[in-house]
Design a protein around this ligand. Structure first.
Ligand code: UT7
Length: 322
């Protein structure tokens, strides 16, 4: 039986850090409101001339080194992102070229904050089908470039970054099961109103801003994430007690606490980065995974549940052994 296993991780965060106190100077908000309602204390913001692929390349270099593979070993690149550099060519081809990765399938996919979970699930299928031996899988976002910095409802939430993993085929079990879902009936609760074939002319104007009905998103997120976590464990025949770590999407500490409660997991078993990174959309799960592995909390053999929820709505979970 062929499995896929994560054998290396990396992350990149832009240099510039914006604290809640910096935001107090821009919009009518307070550090206290942001911390208590979201858990965010600071976030990294990319430079004006910095692109998503720039961040992906830095994260990928670290993951490649960590995995001890050569760029010539990589035979698949998938990047989950909502903020690619260009509409085309796709961001994975830009990364491929910059890193000198040989000819291989390279594509991006967009599933908002669930982008990395979708990308990892897809790469797992390529490996299990025998098509791929070594995949570079990335979740990355320059989401602050979409933010309306005069809208306190959204500008305090987001941050930029990139997380990368190397996923290799293995005789040993790594990824145990993946579960993806989406329900387009909720498309109007969280969206960005500009695309290649709609409203392109308003890009760069005040009309181009992230639209979010935060409260409603919150409720569906908590309900859906709780349900998929239970389904994931049940399908894999794993009990809550067996889980070593929860690596959740970092949208809001209150959503994460609700999830931990449902799983009977103390917060000590949850990797939290929301305070330092904010909501980095598709980048949040791979960056949190990298944080947990590098600081020695997540160890080889540990059972890890990753999950995410985002615009669409889309959602997904991956249960794995490191
Ligand atoms: O990552 C993809 C999925 N995204 C999510 O999962 C996000 C889910 N939603 C959330 O995390 C929360 O709904 C938010 C953090 C976005 C908002 O928190 P909330 O507790 O749902 O607040 P609210 O939207 O109900 O607003 C409460 C009050 C409002 O004032 P009034 O109408 O009660 O007077 C807002 O105007 O807080 C006000 N408010 C703020 N006050 C200070 C909204 N934003 C701010 C702010 N500073 N930045």
């Amino acid at each position: 039986m062929t499995y896929s296993r994560i054998v290396g991780t990396g992350r990149y965060l832009p240099e510039r850090v914006m604290t809640n106190f910096d935001l107090e100077k821009i919009v009518d908000t307070t550090d206290e409101w942001i911390r208590t309602r979201t858990g965010v204390e600071r976030r990294h913001v990319c430079a004006e001339d910095q692109t998503t692929s720039d961040m992906c390349i830095e994260a990928a270099k670290i993951a490649i080194e960590d995995a001890g593979v050569d760029v010539s070993d990589i035979d698949l690149i998938i990047t989950g992102t909502t903020t690619p550099d260009l509409i085309f060519p796709n961001i994975s081809t830009l990364i491929q070229h910059q890193l000198g990765i040989p000819v291989c399938p390279a594509f991006s996919l967009e599933a908002a904050c669930t982008g990395f979970i979708y990308a990892l699930t897809t790469a797992d299928k390529f490996i299990k089908a025998g098509e791929t031996k070594c995949a570079l899988v990335i979740g990355a976002e320059c989401i602050t470039k979409l933010v309306d910095w005069s809208d306190r409802n959204t500008c305090v939430l987001f941050g930029d970054g990139a997380g990368a993993v190397i996923l290799k085929s293995s005789e040993e079990q790594g990824i145990i099961s993946c579960h993806l879902g989406a329900d387009g009936q909720y498309k109007d609760l969280l969206y960005y109103p500009v695309g290649a074939s709609k409203n392109l002319a308003v890009a760069g104007t005040d009309a181009a801003a992230i639209m979010m009905s935060g409260n409603e998103v919150f409720k569906v997120a908590v309900k859906t994430l709780g349900r998929i976590a239970a389904e994931t464990l049940e399908k894999a025949g794993v009990t809550k007690e067996e889980l070593d770590w929860l690596v959740p999407h970092q949208a809001n500490i209150r959503i994460i606490q609700a999830m931990a409660k449902r799983l009977n997991m103390p917060m000590e078993k949850v990797i939290l980065t929301v305070q330092d990174h904010g909501n980095t959309s598709a980048a949040s799960v791979p960056m949190a995974l990298d944080v947990g592995i590098r600081d020695g909390r997540i160890k080889p053999g540990h059972l890890v549940l990753m999950e995410a929820f985002g615009g669409g709505f889309t959602w997904g979970s991956v249960l794995m052994r490191l």
